[in-house]
Design a binder for this molecule. Structure first.
Ligand SMILES: Nc1nc2c(c(=O)[nH]1)N[C@H]1C(S)=C(S)[C@@H](COP(=O)(O)O)O[C@H]1N2
Ligand SMILES: [Mo]
Length: 187
């Protein structure tokens, strides 16, 4: 696809990488940090930073679309595919959604089916370096096919649920489906 075709309706591209979030950038202490998988799964998981980094990882280049109107193309993320987490946790048959929980109470929820996409990562690297704290380091979700408020920064926990649980922005009037190609900005 040429560049024009990769820009969803109502978006414009930026070469800069804006930093956008509520609240402050959390401190990262690799001795205290953990990542938890809970809810409707056969195997609940708790991993420390080293264990998380020992999971199989990939590099994926994808585009990033913020609901405020900017898009950044060709971002090279490195991290663990969400489908790897699903393999470890083995969700039960009635698990249809995933609530992603970040530091300081930021949450978002996604259909499990959308999370199985090969582009969906829990990312710890960006363009060959460790993911910077202001961009969600040590670990953020990247889900390129949704507006970027679904790409939660500073992720610590994922919970598999039967029903969707509206997230931080979704409770405040932003779309839960958040498809940039359909311009699903508001609910
Ligand atoms: N924890 C957390 N994650 C967040 C947000 C936030 O406020 N808190 N903002 C979201 C929004 S609206 C956008 S556009 C992207 C911005 O990511 P960036 O700062 O790396 O560009 O992070 C998303 N993830
Ligand atoms: Mo955003």
């Amino acid at each position: 696809m040429n560049e024009k075709e990769r820009i969803p309706p109502g978006q414009r591209t930026t070469k800069k990488f804006p930093v956008l979030h509520e609240g402050s950038v959390p401190e990262f202490n690799d001795k205290e940090w953990d990542f938890r998988v809970e809810g409707l799964v056969e195997n609940s998981v708790t991993m420390n930073w080293k264990e998380f980094n020992d999971l199989p990882s990939v590099k994926v280049t994808s585009d990033f679309h913020c609901v405020t109107g900017w898009s950044r193309l060709d971002n090279e993320w490195e991290g663990v595919r969400f489908s790897e987490i699903v393999k470890l946790a083995n969700p039960k048959a009635d698990a249809h959604f995933v609530t992603v929980i970040a530091e300081e109470g930021y949450t978002t929820s996604l259909p499990l089916e959308d999370m199985m996409d090969d582009e969906v990562l829990l990312a710890f690297g960006f363009e060959g370096e460790a993911l910077q704290p202001e961009h969600g380091g040590p670990l953020r979700l990247v889900i390129p096919k949704k507006y970027a408020y679904k790409s939660a920064k500073w992720v610590r926990k994922v919970v598999f649920t039967e029903e969707k649980e509206l997230g931080f922005w979704e409770k405040r009037g932003y779309s839960d489906s958040a498809d940039p190609w359909k311009e699903e900005r508001y609910s």
